[in-house]
Design a protein around this ligand. Structure first.
Ligand code: HEC
Length: 116
């Protein structure tokens, strides 16, 4: 019983620390391919068909250094409110009008899954 209780508490603690774990990365991937891949490439490498014409070009979202440097709130804000909201390029448009909270969480989870 004590072991079970500890496991439950640990699981709850982990979920609180990383809310994006509860989100659906696979659903996020579907949205990403629909809305983001043109610029970011199908797997977020920054090699979408439109990326050659972009300045600045989108970074490689799987880059571990960048992944470690930003928190989930930053990624979420960039997607919801656009690059300009965090001092980045407005070419990264705001998607808050077309994505709900669940979509945003799923996209963050998908981007986190790109960490390599
Ligand atoms: C019109 C092209 C375009 C589309 C579509 C687009 N982005 Fe971007 N995105 C950019 C560009 C350009 C940047 C780089 C901005 C900069 O570095 O100033 C960027 C940056 C980002 C960043 C990195 C922020 C950082 O800290 O460097 C994230 C995360 C991101 N986009 C997520 C998304 C997601 C998720 C979608 C789809 C819902 C999306 N983008 C759609 C062009 C686009």
């Amino acid at each position: 019983m004590r072991v079970l209780l500890t496991a439950v508490i640990l699981a709850a603690g982990a979920a609180a620390a990383q809310p994006s774990l509860a989100a659906d990365a696979a659903a996020g991937e579907t949205k990403f391919k629909q809305l983001c891949a043109t610029c970011h490439g199908p797997t977020g490498k920054g090699d979408g068909p439109a990326s050659a014409a972009l300045n600045p070009q989108p970074r490689d979202l799987s880059d571990a250094e960048w992944q470690n440097a930003v928190d989930d709130a930053h990624i979420r804000t960039v997607i919801k409110d656009g690059g300009a909201a965090v001092g980045l390029s407005p070419i990264m448009t705001a998607f808050g009008h077309s994505l709900n909270d669940e979509d945003l969480d799923n996209l963050v989870a998908y981007i986190r899954s790109l960490d390599d």
